[in-house]
Ligand binder design. Structure first.
Ligand SMILES: [Zn+2]
Length: 272
């Protein structure tokens, strides 16, 4: 292990950009080409795909099956690199998964015949390091950040595990917001509060986030108990959590209200 390598990763910005970050157009199960994701290490660069680094391999059993079915396509596994275009960072992200190539024939009047047009679709199953799906507030505790960073990677590997990790991140977010883990339960007895009871406790002091956090709890529970979660539902959870963190940790609305108040007071002063 190279000691400085670990330090570089720990002190990196790691998605702590502030502000809203999630862009639903960026997050899909499959891509014809990879969008320019924000670099997971720095806040400056975008990830550009190096076409030459992409390797596509078709297993023999798939080649045989496609041949027997008489379909004009190819399918198999791919790997490639995406690189940060900020020259002082230059992070390298590896991506791997499945691909499909479909051949369409289109008439080309220049050559007076039908010519093949190949479209490739990449379905990533792994990114390392994974792109940040939402922005992490600067004041987020290490525990919340750790689970969210893991969730970014798990989205591609196992959406149910990702949903479960988001649920755990909510538990630690409530710790950061000083919501106790023990107290009077719904049944009137003292004991360990479950997540639902903790969300209720938060709602008393910081109202307005109960339904968003409960949605994360429900999707996380389904992920844990049934082992499945819908990719789009998990993206909804990321988006809900990003908005909740902007209000609860960065206090966006409160800061904007303070700015508005300050400006009104300034303009309201009698002219000299
Ligand atoms: Zn970078």
């Amino acid at each position: 292990m190279v000691p400085w390598l670990n330090v570089v990763i720990v002190v990196s910005d790691n998605g702590r950009f502030g502000g809203k970050f999630v862009d639903r157009r960026h997050w899909r199960k499959s891509y014809p080409s990879f969008p320019r994701f924000k670099c997971p290490r720095c806040s400056q660069g975008l990830l550009t795909s190096n076409k030459d680094s992409f390797i596509l391999k078709q297993p023999e059993h798939i080649r045989r099956d496609i041949g027997e079915a008489g379909i004009d396509m190819a399918a198999g596994r791919f790997s490639g690199f995406l690189m940060c275009n900020f020259k002082f960072c230059g992070e390298v992200v590896v991506v791997a998964g499945d691909y499909q190539e479909h051949v369409h024939y289109q008439y080309d009047d220049r050559v007076d015949e039908e010519v093949p047009d190949v479209t490739t679709t990449y379905t990533p199953g792994f990114f390392s390091p994974p792109p940040c799906i939402i922005a992490l507030p600067k004041k987020l505790t290490d525990k919340v950040e750790e689970h969210l960073s893991d969730a970014f990677g798990l989205l591609w590997v196992d959406a149910a595990a990702c949903a479960n990790r988001l649920r755990i991140a909510v538990e630690y977010l409530l710790d950061q917001l000083a919501v106790p883990r023990k107290g009077k339960r719904r049944n009137g007895k003292n004991g360990d509060l479950d997540l639902s009871e903790r969300i209720e406790a938060l709602d008393i002091v910081r109202p307005g986030h109960k339904s968003a956090l409960n949605a994360l709890r429900h999707v996380g529970n389904t992920g844990s108990h049934e082992g499945t979660a819908d990719f789009e539902d998990v993206l909804d959870c990321f988006e809900l959590l990003e908005d909740a963190m902007l209000e609860l940790i960065e206090e966006r609305k409160q800061k904007l209200e303070e700015t508005a108040k300050r400006l009104s007071q300034k303009r309201g002063k009698p002219q000299a």
